[in-house]
Write a protein that binds this ligand. Sequence first.
Ligand code: GTP
Ligand code: MG
Length: 193
Amino acid sequence: MIIKSVKYLTSVVNKNKLLNDEVCEFAFVGRSNVGKSSLINNLSGTKGIAKISSTPGATKMINYFSINENQARFVDLPGYGYHKAGKKNQNVWSKLVEDYLLYSSNLKLVLFLLDIRHKPSELDKIMLNFLLQTKRNFIIVATKADKLSKGAQHNAVNSIANELNLNSQIIFAHSSLTSQGRKEILDYLQSLF
Ligand SMILES: Nc1nc2c(ncn2[C@@H]2O[C@H](COP(=O)(O)OP(=O)(O)OP(=O)(O)O)[C@@H](O)[C@H]2O)c(=O)[nH]1
Ligand SMILES: [Mg+2]
């Protein structure tokens, strides 16, 4: 997929406001801080379109971005798994993410992000099962690949595949710093049209 333009469209906090038209959507799911907004910016080739924060839990709304004047949309979903000190169970799982995955009629593919350096958490596994239950199409993006050598990346991708019982073919190692994996992911998105 060649991205010529990306524009912020709107943000919603309620399932009744989900966009509902003919445009296909690619949604980004993963724990807080895993690199969802950075991946959107990197794929877009525009720095700073999606807000990046070093504070976990920064994205609390569903943010929609229009690609190539509505050829498709990127959907930045709130991250999960963030405990604010003293506020137990706050934001562990946003109902909004669940609602989007259950009810969006536009969703074509979920890009499910996992940090390449870490074993998937219990919440990651719950999310994976949720995606399998809802029968949503997904790929795994193993983020922050620049933090590992090429050899270590290969091992990490295989261990994520083993841990989650998935084919390593659907796991894309990616770095928002070096753009490693960007072309492969965009080619995959293109193949869905
Ligand atoms: N080294 C490296 N750092 C990254 C990469 N992607 C993201 N980061 C850093 O990880 C932190 C979180 O990135 P975000 O893109 O804001 O993460 P997010 O998943 O959108 O986080 P929430 O909106 O809180 O759910 C930031 O400090 C980024 O600079 C990457 O590919 N490589
Ligand atoms: Mg974000």
